[in-house]
Write a protein that binds this ligand. Structure first.
Ligand code: MRU
Length: 353
């Protein structure tokens, strides 16, 4: 399995996703500030991976502290959490992970510093293992929804490189392939950062899963030609009503799928569900640098000073979504009720690690 990120004694080690697919290079972040930079600069990306990276960043920051007591550690924890929270605004897994680490810290007020340090490292590791288990459960839950054969379109990268395990959307595809389904993946290239052509195509090819890369503007034509039988994507934040924020371009794919009568599925761990956000209009959307659009592989492809929009995500309204696949089960419309029901169910993934 691809080691997207891992805890080591020297720090948090990441595969540098900016260099793929041509170079497989690993970087180790030796302190929490470097972890924050790795998230902001997209050395690591993908909602679940960002969450676990932040948890490990917090564990690293506390481990390296010179503080002599719990109360001396607290202001350091606040600074570390604030630094990590300011990296990327959309994927709720980041804030979920920070909150969970804070809660663990709060529960350790009576413990000596060495114990606190150990407990936070253990907590981050538990989150890492829980994410692996969640990917597998999502795969099992979602595989039945995949066609027995034919094309499945995905957008961005919701695979091993976006998680600690074998992926969310790509986990569903992998589980379907393991179950004997003859799936051919169509990977949208996903302008401007090219997560589809650089990352999804790389990891599926490594697994021997047949994959065709298309540029984003080809999806409609592929659907019209009957080449796509289902769409499955990941998510960065799922609002309480089932609206889904995911990589820019996802909304376009969902509308196209509806037009062609193709089911559009979303696969995400429960840490991506944000019941405190009522609907997609309240999801903060990250705006990224204009240069990602005006330059391609370092070469300028738009006029000097041209106006640019570069929202990293869009929101797909729940009405376009055939099902939301989580490790707790599958939600279908009406989503507010279905998600609430899953919220009340047993946390299978965390209970099993
Ligand atoms: O900007 P990125 O590459 O972090 O965006 C990633 C996505 O939009 C993924 O589809 C999403 O995080 C789900 S990953 C399992």
């Amino acid at each position: 399995m691809i080691k997207t990120l891992e805890w080591t004694n020297a720090g948090v080690r990441f595969i540098d996703q900016r260099r793929l697919p041509t170079e497989e290079i690993y970087v180790t972040c030796g302190n929490y500030r470097e972890v924050a930079t790795a998230i902001r600069d997209m050395i690591v990306r993908g909602a679940p991976a960002i969450g676990v990276a932040a948890a490990m960043g917090i564990a690293l920051g506390i481990r390296d502290s010179q503080a002599g007591s719990y109360s001396e550690l607290r202001p350091e924890l606040e600074l570390i959490c604030d630094t990590l929270a300011r990296t990327r605004p959309t994927a709720v897994n980041l804030f979920w992970a920070i909150r969970r680490m804070r809660e663990r810290f709060d529960s350790l007020a009576a413990e000596p510093v060495e114990q606190i340090k150990r407990a936070l490292i253990d907590e981050a590791q538990l989150m890492y293992l829980a994410d692996i288990a969640a990917c597998e459960a999502m795969g099992r839950n979602g595989a039945v929804l995949m066609p027995s054969s034919g094309g499945v379109l995905t957008h961005c990268n919701a695979g091993a490189l976006a998680t600690c395990g074998y992926g969310t959307a790509l986990g569903v595809i992998r589980a379907a392939v393991e179950a004997g389904k003859k799936i051919h993946v169509f990977a949208d290239e996903t302008r401007p950062f090219l997560q589809g052509s650089r990352l999804t195509a790389w990891e599926l090819t490594k697994d021997g899963i047949p994959t065709t890369v298309i540029s984003d503007n080809m999806a409609g034509a592929m659907m019209k030609q009957g080449k796509i039988r289902a769409v499955v994507v990941g998510a960065d934040r799922i609002a309480a009503n089932g609206d889904v924020a995911n990589k820019i371009g996802t909304y376009t794919v969902a509308v196209l799928a509806r037009e062609h009568g193709i089911p559009f599925y979303v696969a995400a761990p429960w840490s991506t569900v944000d019941l405190a956000t009522p609907n997609g209009d309240h999801i903060p959307i990250e705006q990224r640098a204009a240069r990602e659009v005006t330059h391609f592989a370092g070469k300028q492809i738009a006029p000097d000073g041209i106006a640019v929009e570069n929202p990293a995500f869009d929101v797909t309204p729940n009405r376009y979504i055939a099902a939301i696949i989580t490790e707790r089960g599958i939600a279908k419309t009406p989503y507010s009720e279905a998600l609430q029901k899953l919220a009340n169910s047993v946390e299978l993934s965390t209970a099993s690690v």
